[in-house]
Design a protein around this ligand. Structure first.
Ligand code: ATP
Ligand code: MG
Length: 345
């Protein structure tokens, strides 16, 4: 009886706790929040000044007394206290504290990278509980992405998903609702790409540029494979030698060259997962191909490059940034079943 009453009042929530972006899915409402995983804090006191979009605008332009930081690195929690503050802030934003929140805590489905350790899992769970969650269910990010894009994961046949976010590239082959093979490349996400662009510009032009500039260059003229016409872009930074602000032009060929390393790591991750695949599953993949999700899967030409390198059909998800959060939403509808199952066992 109490259980029924409780489920009437509490909201189930799904979270895609990403290195670059956090998305929150609320049962029966869908995705209600998408914000950068960035927190601005007062140096020394750890007081939170801004979270999400507002904090991201502060990255790289803060005075000495403000630190804008990204508490998630390579898909896992690098700063526990700040991650917790961030989850709490986002939860309050989607469901302002109610009188009964002490008694009716939301159940949460949180997507975590497939390669994370028990200690890292515990850290996510604790951060969510401290931030106000009731029961916490963790789901592996590639599984959530596969469910989110609508792959038939519970069928006795192979499906393949490649989710490339800010911090990780997760590859998984799924059959009968389980991950048969997976690979998590922690240095092959969008952050690594941005870093390569920064390094390139520094090495070739002696120009220092910020993270946000590097990301803009990647998104506007970056590519993994020659597709369409080549472009160029004006970029601004600080000249190392003269120590002064400087503007110069960079071409899409140069950016493709700068991105070679992380892009080849993505290709390697996909190929080595396919290498381990049983013949039956491999045969399924020849027909069904692989699906790309995650923000970095939108890098121009990446789908073409992977198709060329694997000889498999490659499809880009309709909404690559939402796949994981949508997946947590689908899983949420099974929570009552999971809870009953847990009580029975
Ligand atoms: N058009 C684009 N081309 C290339 N990269 C892009 C594009 N749009 C977004 N990105 C990159 O996608 C990344 C964010 O993707 P996403 O939100 O899926 O990551 P995340 O889920 O937060 O990270 P992770 O899953 O690794 O923890 C950023 O690095 C961003 O620069
Ligand atoms: Mg992600």
């Amino acid at each position: 009886m109490f259980g029924k009453l409780k489920s009437l009042f509490s909201t189930d929530v799904g979270i895609d706790l990403g290195t670059a972006n956090t998305l929150v899915y609320v049962k029966d409402r869908g995705i209600v929040l998408r914000e950068p995983s960035v927190v601005a804090i007062q140096a020394g006191s750890k007081r939170v000044l801004a979270v999400g979009e507002e904090a991201k605008r502060m990255l790289g332009v803060t005075p000495a007394n403000i630190v804008a930081s990204r508490p998630m690195k390579s898909g896992v929690i690098a700063d526990f206290a700040i991650t917790e503050a961030m989850i709490r802030y986002f939860l309050n934003k989607v469901a302002p504290k109610r009188l009964w929140s002490k008694y009716f805590k939301p159940r949460m489905v949180i997507a975590v990278p497939s390669g994370i350790t028990e200690v890292e899992k515990r850290a996510v769970q604790d951060a969510a509980e401290h931030a106000g969650a009731g029961k916490v269910f963790l789901i592996e990010e590639p599984m959530a992405a596969a469910i989110g894009v609508g792959l038939p994961v519970s069928e006795p046949a192979g499906s393949m998903i490649v989710d490339i976010g800010g911090g990780t590239c997760e590859v998984a082959i799924i059959s009968l609702a389980g991950i048969v093979h997976s690979y998590s490349a922690r240095q092959a996400g969008g952050d690594a790409m941005d870093k390569c662009v920064m390094d390139y510009v520094k090495r070739v032009y002696n120009l220092l540029i910020g993270e946000r500039m590097a990301e803009r260059i990647k998104i506007e003229i970056g590519s993994a494979y020659p597709v369409g016409e080549e472009k160029s872009m004006e970029i601004k930074g600080r000249d190392i030698v003269a120590g002064l602000p400087k503007t110069l032009t960079i071409t899409s060929e140069e950016v493709r060259d700068a991105l070679k390393e992380p892009v080849s790591q993505i290709v390697d991750a996909v190929r080595s997962t396919l290498d381990k695949c049983e013949p039956e599953l491999a045969a399924d993949l020849v027909d069904r191909g692989l699906v790309l999700s995650g923000g970095s899967s939108q890098l121009r030409g990446l789908d073409k490059l992977l198709a060329a390198q694997t000889a498999l059909p490659v499809t880009l998800a309709d909404d690559p940034l939402s796949a994981v959060a949508e997946g947590t939403g689908v899983v949420m509808n099974e929570l009552d079943f999971l809870a009953r199952h847990e009580r029975a066992s």
